[in-house]
Write a protein that binds this ligand. Structure first.
Ligand code: AMP
Ligand code: GLY
Length: 427
């Protein structure tokens, strides 16, 4: 079969690379792809948010499965469009993608189906916002309702800052995304993410992962899309995973179905492991980036049967546990190399050397994100997050060592990375 992957980040490179190893797969196509994905198969110059262009491309290529990487096209209804055109799609409908695209929708779902999360209120006026803040203690958590490229959450240490944030956000700090806010209680604990691959009823959870959102060592600096990740996350014991499936994943999927928004694809559950047990911080309607890179790298066997079962109602095996990739999961780590200045402004076009050398190291694979190839053949950085140096090993510690040997093989003076990825689980 032939599979079309939508997106151009490290997440999509990892997906394309992994599915290309499947005995079921002939060709992997990407749109728009990146230089790393180009090594896997042909890339087509259609952007991930160009819904009309992607439908046209699908009709031209006639893929057996389309995998949608990012959230925006899912929220904009790409999966619905492609399904109506007769294609099988890994990724939820626009209705189900609201679980990420509207924080208010996701909080109401949790409230209705008794899924543990922070106490909250949806507000559209400064007055209502301040009145709810009166019932909370610092720190305060304020979230833009809509998609804001991972930047729509403000944690305010004082009431003054919170009041100002309510005013600014409602006045359009995040555009239309913050016309409505969710204000919620702050949860204490350690964060981890669980990924359920599902057809809306049946599901399997991949090993839990942890990422590092802050830009600099010591979890300092501004929030980013993620500077590194590892899996499995030891904080999620087997007992805790069972609890998460029972108290969170199962009722979330049932709730979505009952609301007429059956979820097909991967449900990403961001968790806070609090003293009262696991609670939901947020849901996403797609794989995490860079969490996907460690999941694809760590899975030994073929993931394509699971992706197909999630996507096609006609797939005969519905027991997702029976479709689990054979061979289990190897501990896996990714370290992001980003352009100096990210997540703020950064220079474009700086030359990167040594990626192929890093790729040849034992257990190491470099996934591309914001890269391009110049006319003279040089690899250059064109984005914020640029490379994901990913490694597996018999233990997490060996995986960390291998990932950092990969980093050392890369010569990119204008790049930076965190040197403490995995500090919680390293000696
Ligand atoms: P979100 O985009 O909802 O995941 O929020 C971004 C980050 O803000 C999360 O990964 C947490 O670190 C933090 N956060 C969000 N909500 C809460 C909360 N209620 N309590 C504590 N931290 C939170
Ligand atoms: N790494 C966090 C995310 O993908 O949302």
């Amino acid at each position: 079969m032939n599979i079309l992957v939508i997106g151009s980040g490290g997440r999509e490179h990892a997906l394309a690379w992994k599915i290309n190893q499947s005995a079921l797969v002939d060709e992997v196509w990407s749109a728009p792809g990146n230089p790393g994905m180009h090594d896997v198969g042909p890339c087509f110059d259609v952007k991930a948010d160009d819904i009309d262009g992607l439908e046209k491309l699908a009709r031209q290529l006639d893929p057996d499965l389309v995998i949608v990487g990012p959230e925006q096209p899912l929220a904009d209804g790409l999966a619905d469009r492609l399904r109506s055109a007769g294609y099988d799609v890994f990724g939820p409908s626009a209705a189900a993608a609201q679980i990420e695209a509207s924080k208010g929708f996701s909080k109401d779902l949790m409230a209705k189906y008794n899924i543990p999360t922070a106490r909250y209120q949806r507000v559209t006026t400064v007055e209502a916002g301040k009145a709810f803040l009166d019932t909370l203690e610092a720190p305060f958590v304020l979230k833009a309702d809509g998609l804001a490229a991972g930047k729509g959450v403000v944690i305010a240490e004082t009431r003054e800052v919170a009041d100002k944030a309510v005013e600014d956000m409602l006045a359009g700090q995040f555009g239309a995304a913050s016309a409505e806010l969710v204000i919620e209680e702050f949860m204490q604990g350690e964060e981890a993410s669980v990924f359920a691959i599902t057809d809306g009823e049946n599901f399997i959870c991949l090993p839990a992962a942890q990422d590092h959102k802050r830009a600099y060592d010591g979890d300092e600096g501004p929030n980013t899309g993620g500077m590194g990740a590892y899996a499995p996350a030891p904080v999620i014991s087997d007992a805790l995973m069972s609890q998460v499936k029972e108290t969170i994943v199962t009722p979330s999927l049932k709730g979505l179905e009952a609301e007429g928004a059956k979820f097909q694809g991967v449900l990403y559950v961001g968790l806070m492991i609090s003293s009262e047990g696991p609670k939901v911080v947020e849901y996403n309607c797609r794989f995490g980036d860079p969490e996907c890179q460690v999941l694809m790298m760590g899975l030994e066997g073929d993931i394509v049967p699971l992706l197909l079962a999630s996507s096609t109602g006609g797939y005969s095996e519905r027991d997702f546990e029976k479709l689990a990739p054979e061979g289990g999961f190897q501990p896996s780590v990714t370290v992001v190399m980003a352009s100096e200045g990210y997540p703020g402004s950064y220079e474009k076009g700086t030359v990167i050397e040594g990626v192929k050398t890093a790729d040849r190291l034992e257990g190491v694979k470099v996934f591309h994100a914001g890269t391009d190839v110049r006319d003279d053949g040089e690899l250059v950085a064109v984005g914020g997050r640029v490379l994901n140096v990913t490694a597996t090993g018999p233990t997490l510690e060996q995986a960390f060592q291998r990932a950092y040997s990969g980093i050392n093989a890369i010569d990119w003076p204008k790049g930076f990375y965190r040197s403490d990825i995995g500090w919680r689980v390293r000696d």
